[in-house]
Design a protein around this ligand. Sequence first.
Ligand SMILES: C[S@@+](CC[C@H](N)C(=O)[O-])C[C@H]1O[C@@H](n2cnc3c(N)ncnc32)[C@H](O)[C@@H]1O
Length: 271
Amino acid sequence: MSAEQVLGTTGMARRTVGSAESRRAARAWWDADADDYLAEHGDDIGEIDFVWCPEGLREADARLLGEVAGKRVLEVGAGSAPCARWLATQGARPVALDLSAGMLRHAAALGASTGVAVPLVQAAAERLPFADGSFDVACSAFGAIPFVAEPSRVMREVKRVLRPGGRWVFAVNHPMRWMFSDDPGPDGLTVIQSYFDRMPYVEVDATGAATYVEHHRTLGDRVRDIVLAGLVLDDLVEPEWPEGRETVWGQWSPLRGALFPGTAIFVTHRP
Ligand SMILES: C[S@@+](CC[C@H](N)C(=O)[O-])C[C@H]1O[C@@H](n2cnc3c(N)ncnc32)[C@H](O)[C@@H]1O
């Protein structure tokens, strides 16, 4: 059964959704979708690999986190934790945090089958269960942030758990993708809604309760969340679609990648 069938999704809505309902929906969605997600994207994300985005940018090449050997690294929204396992192979001391037990079950199984187990924590990114200053680095590859109603809370929490000087690097859908449908083909080239429309995308069940929620922030919103949390923005990376890369990964495709960005990676640090 698909996640939609498990959750009884009957349609979609455009309405405001607060933090608690977003979190409930995200947890239920990722629990229900974990097996399908790994079946569909397992080969793309790998078992021990740090791929930032569908454009295929790897941390091994980009080095956005700087030197990680010996560092305590928090991965936010780690899913099955291939990035955290790769960090462990580089000598880092990673912790993989995720809201979904379904995703963390895959992380535990892959930790056992690969022989690279990392500590797993089930918690919400908006309320991190760690002491102030307990990490040297934090990262996220499409984890948590697109699904939370108040990303400013995540920024503040990550700043709190980082030591001064610590980096926080996170990848999200490029905000301009919001204007288009999630179609990797030609239909995904037509603007269907305003870039400035912050009303979330919501799927609902027969009672109207949210079963999947994605929140949009403009580039300016993201920068403001970072700055107001007291973090410093060092770079905004917009990976280009590499020539010859034929992968179609959800809404990301060579066709769209040749024309506009699909991913925004924010490189920040705690001063
Ligand atoms: C697209 S997956 C990305 C995970 C990982 N980078 C990967 O490629 O497998 C998004 C992850 O964010 C997690 N997530 C969603 N909302 C969250 C929240 N509020 N706090 C922590 N994790 C959350 C989901 O459970 C899911 O595992």
